[in-house]
Write a protein that binds this ligand. Structure first.
Ligand code: GDP
Ligand code: GDP
Length: 442
């Protein structure tokens, strides 16, 4: 049976926007005519690689907004009870309202499977704004921006996890299954050498399957085996190029790159060494970081570079200045066309993937944490001390540290950066995004 997913939340938090993002085709679910009772709509969507039915609960908003009972009209309640998963949406910008708390309390009591979505969390302050939603007691909020298409990768992952095993033909395997293929994407500007690299990689390896449908619409995937295990290459624009030559003339499509990033665990960013790393490359790298993906740079066309030392130095400068979030990112100089250096690429991908997957025990983590606090105590904010108590690692993929303490959420940005960098150094995690969650305790 196709799982049913209900999107719930008070008016204006962005449910329709999210609905349209997740639906397979754009549909108008907004009807501004007052007094028109809308039918509850079920629309096919695809989330986390699975076909789902998205259920619109617009009806909830038309009930008298003053009582919980009013909001939870019988029909809507029935829709909720029939749901396999509820996406409960709050507005990270506006902050929590009594209506949000009332919905949350109801959901907790009803004991429904719920994912908490903090929408409108775009841009730099977004993740921090989403933290407030922890208070609702519905688990970790997933920070997204439905409108700006940010954080949706995490949402897809969380939904896939909540719904359980994906259908057989997807063959993405269990997270803990050592035979699970590593999901890889090759991205980069047109002409950077993505298809040449793919051919070079596959030339050395045993291909398991040819191009087959990928996890999302319009994507293709290919599987092969390297020395360590299976690899599933997802959504490579290069593979579709033959059919769509005109794509080459256009700018790199952000949408298609984003699609690839969402499906991948590790991203190979192919950079043309003759041109150097430019704004467009940085943009892709930042997108990957924001989606929580590990990144390895294939510094291609190395054969044609005249001054290698200067070219490498220039790249390191750009990375240092403009990509601090992925400090220490692996760079593999290679020539896809001649095959030179290509053998170094997959080992780098495997190493980065292992770091991205790494879990650190609470004991070890807190020994580091105490040391980091002692070396550089948190600053007072508005004359009041911030007392940090302990750290946990609630998840890997990407590595995520949760820090608990009094007014932890008030920690200034530079101190957060200090903690992330200290963590990265202590546990030797170059090139992977690291997430910090701050949780205030009373
Ligand atoms: P609904 O009433 O919950 O269905 O909310 P809508 O989807 O109609 O969105 C309400 C308003 O929030 C609209 O003006 C949207 O453009 C805006 N909105 C939706 N998602 C986002 C987002 O991620 N960021 C920001 N800043 N605004 C958003
Ligand atoms: P894509 O658009 O990223 O898939 O790029 P292609 O793989 O089609 O390569 C674009 C151009 O760069 C082609 O003319 C390739 O022959 C060239 N190219 C790719 N790899 C290398 C390389 O390692 N060295 C040199 N000199 N040229 C390369």
């Amino acid at each position: 049976m196709t799982p049913r997913i209900v999107i719930l939340g008070r008016p204006n938090v962005g449910k329709s926007t999210l609905f349209n993002r997740l639906a397979q085709r754009k549909i108008a679910i907004v009807d501004d005519t007052p007094g028109v009772t809308r039918d509850r709509k079920e629309v096919p969507g695809r989330i986390g690689g699975r076909d789902v039915l998205l259920v619109d609960t617009a009806g909830l908003e038309e009930a008298p907004p003053d009582t919980v009972a009013g909001r939870m009209r019988a029909s809507s309640e029935a829709a909720l009870r029939a749901a396999d998963l509820v996406l409960f949406v709050v507005d990270a910008r506006a902050g929590l309202t009594p209506a949000d708390r009332a919905f949350a309390a109801w959901l907790r009591r009803a004991d429904l499977p719920v994912l908490l979505i903090a929408n409108k969390a775009e841009g730099r302050g977004g993740a921090a704004a989403a933290m407030e939603a922890y208070e609702l007691g519905l688990g970790d909020p997933i920070a997204v921006s439905a409108e700006h298409n940010e954080g949706l990768g995490s949402l897809h992952e969380a939904v896939a996890e909540a719904l359980g095993e994906a259908p057989e033909e997807e063959d993405v395997g269990d997270e803990d299954d050592p035979d699970r293929p590593l999901r890889l994407a090759i991205v980069g500007r047109p002409n950077a050498g993505k298809s040449t690299l793919l051919n070079a990689l596959l030339g050395e390896e045993r291909m398991i399957t040819g191009p087959e449908p990928g996890l999302t619409r319009d994507s293709v995937a290919v599987q092969w085996q390297d020395a360590v295990g299976r690899i599933r290459l997802v959504d490579t624009a290069g593979m579709r190029k033959k059919a769509r030559i005109e794509e080459k003339l256009e700018q790199m499509s952000v949408a298609s790159t984003l699609g690839a990033l969402k499906e991948a665990e590790v991203v190979i960013l192919v950079v043309d060494a003759l041109l150097g790393m430019d704004e467009q490359d940085l943009r892709i790298a930042r997108l990957a970081e924001r989606e929580g993906r590990a990144v390895v740079i294939a510094f291609n066309k190395w054969d044609a570079v005249e001054d290698r030392a200067a070219t490498r130095r220039k790249l390191d400068d750009v990375l240092m200045a403009s990509l601090a979030q992925l400090k220490g990112i692996a760079v593999v100089p290679l020539a896809a066309r001649t095959g030179r250096g290509v053998d170094k690429l997959m080992p780098a991908v495997r190493a980065t993937h292992a770091l991205w997957n790494r879990r650190i025990g609470t004991g070890e983590l807190n020994r580091w944490f105490e040391g980091a606090l002692a070396r550089h105590p948190p600053p007072a904010v508005e004359g009041r001390r911030i007392k940090l108590r302990y750290a946990t690692m609630p998840k890997a993929r990407p590595p995520t540290i949760a820090i608990f303490g009094t007014r932890a959420e008030d920690l200034p940005e530079d101190y957060r950066r200090y903690l992330v960098n200290a963590f990265r150094e202590a546990f030797d995690m170059p090139g992977v995004p690291i997430r910090l969650q701050l949780r205030g305790t009373k």
